[in-house]
Design a binder for this molecule. Structure first.
Ligand SMILES: [Zn+2]
Length: 126
């Protein structure tokens, strides 16, 4: 997935009026992250949107709420190269490379991984 750079937008903070409003599923925002091919979704706490180039907090800070389940979700570093996204309520566990450190990069990587998994299933290699 390609992130779109907008120099006028970057660094002005979420409260700035200068941010172009793209509405739901806009250019710079995600209404939710799709975590698994089964459709597990991560919602912003408070019902807002994720900015694609915002870093995903690692450690104690909840990064969102698991849709339907309602559990708070956090991301931890669990090996040298991998972060684990974990739901405290249902123990959903999704791993993402440490290098994928913004919401946009995490979603892009997960989409590529899910696509690769779907190809394996389709061709009987799973
Ligand atoms: Zn959950």
């Amino acid at each position: 997935m390609e992130l779109i750079e907008d120099k006028n937008w970057r660094g002005k903070g979420p409260e700035s009026d200068a941010i172009p409003s793209k509405g739901k599923s806009g250019l710079h925002t995600l209404t939710e992250l799709i975590l698994t091919k089964e459709g597990d979704r991560l919602l912003e706490i408070g019902g807002g949107e994720y900015h694609r180039d915002m870093p995903v907090p690692v450690g104690g800070t909840a990064i969102g709420q698991h849709k339907y389940c309602g559990g708070l979700v956090r991301m931890y570093q669990t090996s040298q190269d991998w972060h684990t996204i974990h739901c405290q309520r249902c123990s959903l566990r999704v791993q993402v490379p440490v290098s994928q450190n913004t919401y946009g990069l995490v979603q892009g990587w997960l989409e590529a991984w899910m696509w690769a998994e779907s190809v394996k299933v389709k061709w009987g290699q799973a």
